[in-house]
Design a binder for this molecule. Structure first.
Ligand SMILES: *[C@@H]1O[C@H](CO)[C@@H](O)[C@H](O)[C@H]1NC(C)=O
Ligand SMILES: *[C@@H]1O[C@H](CO)[C@@H](O)[C@H](O)[C@H]1NC(C)=O
Ligand SMILES: *[C@@H]1O[C@H](CO)[C@@H](O)[C@H](O)[C@H]1NC(C)=O
Ligand SMILES: *[C@@H]1O[C@H](CO)[C@@H](O)[C@H](O)[C@H]1NC(C)=O
Ligand SMILES: *[C@@H]1O[C@H](CO)[C@@H](O)[C@H](O)[C@H]1NC(C)=O
Ligand SMILES: *[C@@H]1O[C@H](CO)[C@@H](O)[C@H](O)[C@H]1NC(C)=O
Ligand SMILES: *[C@@H]1O[C@H](CO)[C@@H](O)[C@H](O)[C@H]1NC(C)=O
Ligand SMILES: *[C@@H]1O[C@H](CO)[C@@H](O)[C@H](O)[C@H]1NC(C)=O
Length: 573
């Protein structure tokens, strides 16, 4: 008895010591191992050998605090090249850990490994991680949750529970075969067969009646849902029957709270919402389905569901007799008005310092294109419209990823011949971007063109959709940065009239902007993170076609403004 008591005292002392050590250090180093491996995953009545992390689909959720350091050893035990991107993490001076293949590293080959090391600096909220190699992110993704520092709190009442909601896209085929087939034929890739919530399809799909994510709530409590659009190619609407959301954050930045009954997230975007158990105890569907802005393009029009279940919901008298959950009404697939109202509701919580006195005023068109088929191509490889091949571009450059060096390595070591720095600051040809575009403008040039920024430059980019082939809402993601979205609109950006719409007071801070279909968005940031940073459409079919470019941000003065040296285990080509 006495011994037991002594032990308890020692344990208590140890516990108190650990607690104080933790709060003093105030930041920790978390180590994880991600094993990329094929795992059997059964969906839609069929078992696939899906590529996963640690055999989990979706992969593990990482939970850290602002200021923590992550060391994730990625071991590639699958048959494909792979890299992991920490979507939205600023990676200040640690560009080598960003992850896009052939941009900041060469792929981790089968049998290889690489440890990503980086520190979360000044970010709080919901981010995620995903493969950044071919279409592997279809199944290789997970949540990255950043809590406030020890002793700090959210700028809203502490929620009772917190649940990540990962929206995904499922193919009843190997996604790598789907993209390879499209690359061969030049046609659009096969559309997905289903969407998922936390990896589950929900009971509206065949063979899925038992595969539904259940999210619990108690009457009166307020919970936080961390919604992530991890789908490959589809912007999605998301709603919960009879409940409203209070939006409090997006892309790991807080927002001025606003209420809405529907969210729209482009792939890559995250949205944090509060939901209160203020309805009669029951079961309510949460549902996601497509927002489709492209015209005459096939899309997956199915609906995925999860269930919001009140803990006090009456139990069904007999199993199987439970009433069907209540279904929310979702906007029409092409309801751009709802999308516009939603995206215009985002503001920073208070006045922010938006860069002014712009050093680099850039104008980038984003959109699709069609390549005429080379004469030596068989017609089976020219299955785009009218015997063409699909392509996509920014400022008429269809981005080609290098294969022999990563861009960052070529930049840092001065290796010539891998890229050029002549990415145009404005479109080479001015035309009515959103009008009836002449077919003579449809074919872009191919190239690995980068744009160089001096350290600390204040950058503005007008991102303009084009109606070439079809206008479309493009989720444009910038690596290594958060940016302010100071305005968006429809038609062609008009510098005379539209500057009056700029919000230089409290614009939202994001890492991915859903550029309105047939419209434009204006973003601003300060180039204070040296490295090579990809900017691309987060619809994977578009990045496959070349809808990308990259910035080189030069080093500034002194160590704190200089890219760190490459880690010794950096995979080379
Ligand atoms: C794409 O769809 C077509 C038509 O349904 C089918 O024949 C083909 O096998 C699919 N491709 C892949 C890679 O699943
Ligand atoms: C979805 O698309 C299919 C094929 O085009 C069509 O038959 C079906 O009616 C559509 N379903 C809905 C709910 O729009
Ligand atoms: C949306 O689709 C509906 C039904 O297909 C169509 O009647 C309507 O004109 C479309 N609206 C827009 C804005 O394209
Ligand atoms: C295919 O060619 C026809 C005739 O030139 C043209 O009207 C049509 O717009 C073309 N389709 C596309 C998608 O460019
Ligand atoms: C890298 O590849 C590019 C494109 O194929 C080629 O032009 C360049 O010479 C290569 N660089 C080196 C150093 O091998
Ligand atoms: C677009 O322009 C082409 C060529 O100038 C013309 O044939 C076609 O009718 C126009 N389409 C529309 C919808 O105005
Ligand atoms: C893109 O460049 C090609 C080659 O110079 C040209 O044919 C095409 O018209 C250009 N298109 C645009 C939109 O600038
Ligand atoms: C895998 O990566 C290596 C080295 O970077 C590259 O040479 C090879 O082509 C890649 N394989 C595929 C299938 O992309």
């Amino acid at each position: 008895m006495q011994t037991f008591k002594n032990f308890s005292i020692i344990f208590l002392g140890l516990f108190l010591f650990l607690c104080s050590a933790l709060s003093l250090a105030n930041a920790e180093v978390q180590q994880h191992q991600f094993v990329i491996q094929a795992t059997k995953v059964k969906r839609l009545c069929k078992t696939h050998n899906s590529i996963t992390v640690n055999g989990m689909f979706p992969g593990p959720t990482l939970e850290v605090r602002n200021g923590d350091t992550l060391e994730v050893k990625v071991v590639n035990k699958c048959r494909y090249n792979v890299t992991i991107h920490w979507h939205g993490v600023r990676q200040i001076r640690t560009g080598w850990a960003d992850g896009p293949e052939f941009v900041t590293q060469c792929p981790i080959r089968p049998g290889g490994s690489y440890t990503y090391r980086f520190t979360i600096q000044g970010q709080e909220g919901t981010l995620w991680w995903h493969a950044h190699s071919s279409w592997l992110r279809a199944t290789v993704y997970g949540a990255l949750i950043i809590h406030p520092r020890e002793g700090e709190s959210y700028p809203f009442p502490k929620p009772k529970r917190e649940t990540p909601i990962l929206l995904g896209e499922w193919w009843d085929a190997n996604p790598i075969d789907v993209v390879r087939e499209a690359t061969r034929t030049g046609a659009t890739p096969n559309i997905s067969d289903a969407y998922t919530i936390n990896g589950q399809l929900g009971d509206l799909y065949k063979c899925s009646s038992k595969d539904t994510t259940i999210v619990s709530i108690d009457s009166g409590e307020t919970n936080l849902l961390r919604v992530i659009n991890a789908a490959l190619n589809q912007p999605l609407f998301f709603s919960v029957a009879n409940h409203k959301f209070t939006v409090v954050g997006a892309d790991a930045s807080y927002t001025k709270p606003f209420t809405t009954s529907v969210l729209m997230l482009g792939p890559g975007q995250t949205t944090d919402v509060l939901i209160t158990g203020d309805q009669p105890p029951a079961r309510y569907y949460m549902a996601a389905r497509a927002y489709q802005s492209a015209q005459n393009a096939p899309f997956d029009n199915t609906t995925t569901t999860a269930i919001l279940e009140y803990k006090s919901a009456p139990c069904p008298a007999k199993k199987g007799l439970a009433p069907k959950p209540i279904m929310p009404s979702l906007p029409a697939y092409n309801d751009t008005n709802t999308v516009t109202a939603f995206s215009r509701s985002f503001k920073s919580p208070r006045k922010v310092e938006v860069p002014t006195d712009i050093d680099e005023s850039l104008f980038f068109t984003v959109g699709l294109g069609l390549n005429n088929c080379p004469p030596n191509f068989h017609k089976s490889r020219c299955q785009g419209p009218n015997g063409t091949r699909f392509t996509a571009s920014m400022n008429n450059v269809s981005f080609v990823f290098p294969r022999n060096f990563s861009l960052l390595q070529a930049h840092q070591q001065g290796i010539p011949g891998v890229f050029t720095t002549d990415f145009p600051r404005t479109p080479p040809v001015k035309f009515d971007y959103t009008g009836n575009v002449s077919q003579s403008l449809f074919q872009p040039i191919a190239g690995t063109k980068l744009y160089k920024l001096k350290y600390g430059s204040r950058v503005q980019i007008v991102i303009q959709d084009t109606s070439i082939v079809t206008p479309e809402n493009h989720p444009i993601h910038l690596h290594g940065y958060d940016f302010y979205i100071i305005a968006e609109g429809f038609g062609n950006f008009n510098p005379k009239k539209d500057t009056s719409k700029f919000n230089l007071v409290d614009p939202p801070l994001r890492n991915t902007v859903a550029v309105p279909v047939n419209g434009w968005a204006v973003i601003r940031f300060i180039a204070d993170n040296p490295g090579v940073w990809l900017m691309h459409c987060h619809l994977d079919v578009h990045i496959t076609w070349g809808l990308a470019m990259a910035f080189i941000v030069e080093n500034g003065v002194g160590e704190l403004q200089t890219l760190q040296p490459p880690p010794p285990d950096l995979p080379l080509c």
